[in-house]
Design a protein around this ligand. Structure first.
Ligand code: AMP
Ligand code: MG
Length: 358
């Protein structure tokens, strides 16, 4: 299959530019497009065969369900059995935006989209290109991250091209994304809303809107064998660079700064790798960059104080390491407040929970 690329200016989205990708989606094809979180791999969420094509293109296990994206709040009613009060409050507060909610599904939604579950994940994205494309397609669009399953999510069209060239019909290039981490996922089917994946709508924001919110136990550590996670995606290794990634973390944070102990440990670990003939990489921040020996492959995620910048650059840096043939990566860690909760969740999973406390 030949994969075509079209570029669209997010500041001036024209229907004429989106007519063709919308038509491809309408006839069951695959189109990757930007959202405010990461690039999505879109297909008609109500078409079993189209959903099956997503799983094939990504190499995604078929029990890992897809998120259905809508362009209008009014379209939610058709996809779900009911809208619980918490769901209504959260959608009033954060849609369009980086929040996905889990509802009981209506009969309209095929099991091929929900990975066999009786629930469906739904989001109304805020990105102008995504919204208009979904609107023009005229159907809800299933759109998981547009990466090969297990790889870091794509935050630029070039990342999508790396993974999906020859596997999908079209890539809509709208430039780099705004947030860079996938949406927050909240299950609103239970008595209390439960956070299944942290994102840019932080747990503090959720609690402000609906009161108590539970945290899925799968978020606080590696899953024990035989435990079934609420978000089936959580049982798979995610965001993983090819290299072995280790997080080096202080026992206690002091003002969110990285201590000399962390820096010394990272240096020592990188040196050990080098001695064993392995190429070592370091993930750091602007504040610490100069403190690491330049013989290693060093990438900064940006200024520590700017969580938005760290979030936006994380997946791109993980991907870059893949092309640099690095064997071991040692990364500084981040405190878990605000957007830090989502940042540390992705880093921890990318590291396969390999954390060195100092
Ligand atoms: P992705 O779109 O690649 O970011 O992945 C979507 C995430 O949403 C995966 O972790 C899924 O397991 C999760 N998800 C989708 N639908 C459901 C659902 N019905 N119940 C729980 N989690 C879901
Ligand atoms: Mg994904």
């Amino acid at each position: 299959m030949k994969t075509r690329m079209v570029s669209i200016d997010r500041a001036a989205v024209k229907d004429s530019d989106l007519a063709e990708p919308a038509a491809i989606l309408g006839r069951g094809g695959l189109v990757a497009f930007p959202t405010e979180t990461v690039y999505g791999l879109g297909a008609n969420a109500l078409d079993e065969q189209a959903a099956a094509r997503i799983y094939a293109a990504k190499g995604r296990p078929s029990d890992n369900p897809l998120i259905a994206h809508i362009a209008n709040k009014a379209d939610l009613g058709k996809l779900v059995k009911e809208i619980p009060e918490a769901g209504q409050k959260l959608m009033d507060a954060y849609w369009p935006g980086p929040l996905t909610m889990i509802f009981r599904k209506s009969s309209l939604v095929p099991y091929a989209t929900t990975g066999g579950l009786n629930t469906v994940a739904v989001r109304m994205p805020g990105d102008a290109i995504a919204l208009r494309l979904i609107e023009l397609a005229g159907v809800p669009i299933a759109a998981p991250s547009a990466n090969t399953s297990g790889r870091p999510s794509p935050t630029a069209a070039a990342h999508v091209f790396q993974d999906m060239d020859g596997r999908i019909d079209m890539i809509v290039d709208g430039g780099p994304v705004g947030i860079g981490l996938e949406s927050t996922i909240v299950d609103v089917t239970g008595e209390r809303p439960m956070l299944l994946r942290p994102g840019a709508v932080t747990v503090e924001m959720l609690r402000e809107t609906v009161g108590p919110v539970e945290i899925d136990p799968a978020l606080t550590g590696p899953l024990q064998k035989d435990v079934k996670p609420k978000a089936p995606g959580m049982k798979y290794r995610h965001y993983a660079p090819k290299a072995d990634l280790t997080l080096v973390e202080d026992q206690e944070w002091k003002d969110g700064a990285v201590s000399a102990k962390v820096i010394e440990t990272i240096k020592a670990l990188a040196l050990e790798s080098a001695k064993r003939g392995r190429r070592a990489g370091i993930i750091c921040t602007d504040e610490t960059r100069q403190q690491y020996p330049q013989e290693f492959v060093i990438r900064s995620l940006g200024q520590r104080a700017r969580q938005e910048t760290i979030a936006r650059s994380l997946f791109g840096v993980l991907r870059e390491f893949d092309s640099l043939d690095v064997d071991d990566i040692y990364s500084e860690s981040f405190p878990g407040d605000d957007l830090g909760g989502a940042i540390i969740n992705r880093l921890t999973k990318a590291a396969g929970y390999h954390i060195r406390k100092v």
